[in-house]
Design a protein. Sequence first.
Length: 402
Amino acid sequence: MKESKKKVVLAFSGGLDTSFAAKYLSEDLGYEVHTAIANTGGFTPGDLERIEQRAYALGAASHASLDITEDYYNRSIRYMIAGNVLRNGTYPISVSSERIFQAIAIIEYAKKIGADAVAHGSTGAGNDQVRFDLTFQILAPEIEIITPTRDMTLTREYEIDYLKKHGVDADYKKMEYSINKGLWGTSIGGKETLHSEQTLPDSAYPSQVTASGEETLRITFHKGEVTAVNGKTYENRIDAIRAVEEAGAKFGIGRDMHIGDTIIGIKGRVGFEAAAPVLIIAAHKMLEKHTLTKWQQYWKDQIGTWYGMFLHESQYLEPVMRDMEKFLESSQENVSGTVEITLRPLGYTLVGVDSPFDLMKTDFGEYGEVNKAWSADDVKGFTKILGNQMKIFHNVQKRNGK
């Protein structure tokens, strides 16, 4: 009786690492390979069709396209907007956040089809290996994890040579860069990103600058979520994000280089383009400056920083994340209004805010101009009392000869 092959589900993007893994798992290790792509909003139907064709050409027994875009928005993006999450003040943790939800979708699919193992193409020098492994271990500790690229310490050149020897035809020139695209931005790694003194050329970015001059963009928020773009209302928040992306991408807005500390302790460097996240977070932050109190803003900054760090470092399943999400959601009660932005090639200017909850629009006074709710004597007395603690300190210092 012929022994049945063990079944492995491979998280498959169609890129170099996962293409190598698909071939290696079946040819060298003898697994029945079932590929699956968890789409976080970065693939068109045409992209998904090409990825499926590639999977079967590499010998996959089956292929599944798992659309998790809505789940990704509801469980992550809306909280990243609420928290104004930009790692190191720059990167909207595009890939960092989506990997968790891709891992959740892949392991759930592996359990559904009764797989013996699950595999991914992460290297041993990055963050993604931890995000996939940790999520797999927590949600399905009984399923084996296989990672050939990491375990064999492979270079891109080795993988390309292996695929060529196995008759796999591909655009290997295009594979010089590792490009990961999702609803919340695109990362570009390889070549120049590996060297501190270099940066990506314009040609490495998937989106090119096609617009000139200036253009006005108006983003409308309701309780912290984008609901309209340039006056057009969107019932689906994902469509609203895509509308902002379309407006900003043609100007090349959102391009930058992220340099930061990886989970495993080394410095990492990656290029990215994220027009929608950069514009939405900038607009949202400005709206919050008008609608939140000083202490709401202060504690939101602390929570947002911790939330982004935990998400980046694969701690999404830690229960404290749910507690932080409740805080972030509560903080957005009055974050409603429209922000106007002027777009231009490779840049933008925040113009202003129109909101019924604008704390500048009060009967108390106009900053630097007129006071209406207090008198000059009130301020003199307030200032005198406010200075007491510092007066006492300096008086004691003087008395002690300091």
